[in-house]
Ligand binder design. Structure first.
Ligand SMILES: [Ca+2]
Ligand SMILES: [Ca+2]
Ligand SMILES: [Ca+2]
Ligand SMILES: [Ca+2]
Length: 308
């Protein structure tokens, strides 16, 4: 069972019957060259990022997608995004570069923030909820390389815990909204109104110097994705949604560790390390307001000076 399925079971019971196969492509991984660790020289990301950007832009300038289908059939949610080269009969189509939007992100290397640019194409924005970069998303997708080779493809939707996937995917998918669903009498589920698009990102937002099945080192990645539905995650079930465990408000909930115990807040059920679980410190008087007993502006669950 997926971790993501455990977070909000009330909402997603109908999905539990869907037989999903866990795949690892999107998941961050350790360097798999441990046996030869002394031979590995990791490239300088401040050089790799602009190189990847040139490759990505060349791709976006030389390819288009089937936007005419999406314009002609705006309510046909069986449509899939197809990308092709601008050549022959298609030479006058609008290139992707004229249709994508840009998202500026950073990746830390040796404690330095290196700029990385992600491009995303919105074929359909979607009309329900926009996930944060730490929520759970129910998606279909296809992953490919710049050369067009497909390294993974899923037509059966599956849950991705965005805390576990590569940065490009988890940041890029926040540009889309989920859709709505209805359950048919035979138990099958129809999705519509969902966000649909493509993310194009440099290797630094993907696997960088690691390899994965079908993905060489330093590969920029392309993901077309449909965001069918989503759930707000509370990874540690402490009553604080994971996106609200971004205490320094830098937009990244994966770098906050209030008590410095090495366990980031979104996985730490006792965020201030005072021995009292966050869930028992949040709202002791049950008035629906998070408690700050000593009135110092730090809520009790983050204030080791206030534990009862
Ligand atoms: Ca943060
Ligand atoms: Ca902690
Ligand atoms: Ca926590
Ligand atoms: Ca505590």
């Amino acid at each position: 069972m997926y971790l993501a399925l455990q977070f909000c079971p009330m909402k997603i019971n109908f999905l539990k019957s869907i037989n999903l196969v866990l795949i690892l492509f999107l998941f961050s991984c350790e360097n798999n060259n441990d046996n030869n660790i002394e031979e590995v020289v990791i490239r300088d990301a401040s050089l790799q990022s602009p190189e990847d950007d040139i490759e990505l832009r060349l791709y976006l300038e030389s390819h288009f997608y089937n936007y005419e289908d999406f314009e002609s059939f705006p309510n046909d949610y069986s449509l899939k995004i197809k990308i092709d080269t601008l050549s022959g009969d298609n030479i006058n189509k609008t290139p992707l570069i004229n249709m994508v939007q840009e998202q500026n992100l950073t990746v830390k290397q040796d404690d330095i923030d290196i700029p990385h640019k992600l491009y995303y194409l919105v074929a359909r924005e979607g009309n329900s909820s926009r996930p944060s970069n730490i929520d759970s998303t129910f998606v279909t997708y296809q992953g490919s390389l710049i050369d067009g080779s497909i390294f993974d493809s899923r037509d059966l939707p599956l849950w991705f815990d965005l805390a576990q996937v590569v940065q490009g995917f988890r940041m890029g998918i926040t540009n889309f909204k989920s859709g709505s669903y209805s359950v048919n009498t035979n138990g099958s589920v129809n999705f519509e109104g969902f966000g649909q698009g493509v993310m194009f990102f440099p290797s630094g937002l993907g696997y960088y110097s690691n390899t994965n099945s079908g993905i060489p080192q330093y590969s920029p990645l392309i993901f077309s994705v449909s965001l069918l539905t989503m759930n707000i995650s509370d990874h540690d079930n402490d009553g604080i949604a994971s996106y609200l465990e971004d205490i320094d408000l830098d937009g990244e909930p994966l770098n906050d560790d209030s008590d410095g115990d090495g366990n980031i807040n979104l996985y730490d059920a006792d965020d201030d390390g005072d021995g009292v679980l966050t869930i028992n410190e949040l709202d002791k008087d049950n008035d629906g307001v998070i408690d700050d007993t000593d009135g110092d502006g730090v809520p009790d669950y983050l204030d080791p000076n206030t534990s009862n």
